[in-house]
Design a protein around this ligand. Structure first.
Ligand code: CU
Length: 159
């Protein structure tokens, strides 16, 4: 298969996924919704960062406990303290609140990429929570300098 065929296939698949996700919106149970998910185009295949806002629409506090992706077999949850990032086992998603993964702060770290995504590609990630069911998210690969337009984010040199 050539690249064009693959891209068309990927687009068709992601459309199916979007339809499937919206088809679930009638259920009262799913607590987590994700917005603004993106990945700055990785510099190399060594690592990449994933950013998004995870909203907890339920009355019970939850925790992000892990993530998986076809792009990497080693996804970690990182926080940034004193401009150094470190791995944590879980991150709080407050009841009726949100967990912000943003440049210069908390993020999902992809270690040892199986390929190097380019701007315009999509990267699928499945988030796992302590209580809520797993949530599939598609990250849009953006320019390296891209930052989500949120009032609290800073234009740091996060990855
Ligand atoms: Cu990191």
């Amino acid at each position: 298969m050539n690249t064009r065929t693959l891209r068309t296939l990927a687009a068709a698949l992601s459309l199916t996924a979007a339809l499937a996700i919206s088809g679930c919106s009638g259920k009262s149970e799913p607590a987590m919704s994700v917005s603004g998910a993106f990945m700055p185009q990785p510099v190399s295949d060594k690592m990449a960062g994933g950013f998004m806002v995870i909203k907890n629409g339920s009355d019970s506090a939850d925790k992000l406990t892990g993530a998986s992706s076809p792009l990497s077999d080693d996804l970690q949850i990182h926080e940034t303290k004193d401009q150094k990032m470190q791995q944590v086992q879980a991150m709080d998603v407050p009841a009726n609140g949100e967990l912000r993964l943003e440049r210069g702060g908390n993020h999902i770290m992809f270690m040892g990429l199986k390929n190097t995504p380019q701007v315009g590609d999509k990267v699928t990630v499945e988030l796992r929570f302590e209580k809520a069911g797993p949530v599939k998210v598609e990250l849009d690969v953006k320019e390296r300098t891209y930052n989500a337009q949120t009032p609290t984010s800073t234009a740091g040199n996060g990855h």
